[in-house]
Design a protein around this ligand. Structure first.
Ligand SMILES: NC(=O)c1ccc[n+]([C@@H]2O[C@H](COP(=O)([O-])OP(=O)(O)OC[C@H]3O[C@@H](n4cnc5c(N)ncnc54)[C@H](OP(=O)(O)O)[C@@H]3O)[C@@H](O)[C@H]2O)c1
Length: 222
């Protein structure tokens, strides 16, 4: 299948969905992870990395942010360190990445931004399983809706993918096994189920789709 029309920057693509995305666009992606020396909670680290990226590639056509640690704890049972970590991983990394990278995309006058939330984030009800994680993902959705409006005139779309239970070797296997009966599709998702949607969002067919939350969860209930 044809790739994207320009360079793709994946923030957090060392494993899981980000890794599968990098594999799907061979030769077109740059991956930023802690393992390769970039900490997306640190704006200075991102700015240094982006200077190097721009010298080599110019502005990215697509920015895909896949960082977002998970913790399953009730609200009153969440300690300060876990709270801070969940917001640093899910919210700070998105904010700093957008501020570092998107101005160059605006200057280039084209681009696609893909962020990640989690299935259920846009439903008007409690998410008892992981309330702090879902609160952080709700912030990501609001960032995306606002940014979509801010950059639409620059021919940039901004969307959020909300995965359900996506299996990969490092995923939360215990909770996924427990919740699997709630998936009408009868199976866990795979990173490739998400990659298909990313291909669409990076394609000309999606040029008028922006500010949306797109759920990929096999019909996950509850
Ligand atoms: N998998 C699921 O079932 C599921 C379900 C719902 C939502 N989601 C969301 O979908 C997204 C992708 O999930 P995933 O399970 O594929 O992710 P993942 O396997 O946890 O991979 C996250 C990647 O982010 C990197 N990373 C973490 N913190 C970083 C930091 N501070 N700076 C730079 N890189 C960092 C990690 O690399 P290093 O180890 O090198 O740091 C890793 O490559 C996340 O936002 C997640 O919340 C996933």
């Amino acid at each position: 299948m044809k790739g994207a029309p320009g360079p793709i920057l994946i923030v957090g693509g060392g494993q899981g969905i980000g890794r599968a995305t990098a594999d799907a666009f061979p030769g077109q992606t740059t991956v930023w992870t802690r393992t390769n020396g970039i900490d997306a909670t640190d704006p200075h680290s991102l700015r240094t990395a982006f200077t190097g990226f721009q010298q080599q590639h110019g502005a990215p056509f697509a920015l895909i942010h896949t960082i977002g640690d998970f913790a399953e704890q009730p609200l009153l049972g969440t300690d300060q360190a876990t709270f801070r970590h969940l917001f640093a991983s899910n919210v700070d990394t998105v904010f700093h990445t957008l501020q570092t990278v998107v101005p160059a995309m605006v200057a280039a006058g084209t681009g696609r931004v893909v962020l990640f939330a989690a299935a259920g984030v846009d439903r008007d009800r409690a998410m008892l399983r992981a309330p702090v994680y879902f609160a952080a993902k709700a912030a990501v959705v609001q960032f995306a809706r606002s940014l979509a409006a801010e950059v639409a005139k620059a021919n940039i779309t901004v969307n959020v993918i909300a995965p359900g239970l996506i299996h990969h070797p490092h995923s939360h296997q215990e909770s996924q096994t427990r919740l699997r009966p709630r998936v009408p599709a009868g199976r866990l998702g795979t990173p490739d189920d998400i990659v298909g949607l990313i291909r669409y969002l990076l394609s000309p067919a999606a040029s008028y789709v922006t500010g949306q939350v797109l759920t990929v969860d096999g019909g996950l209930q509850g």
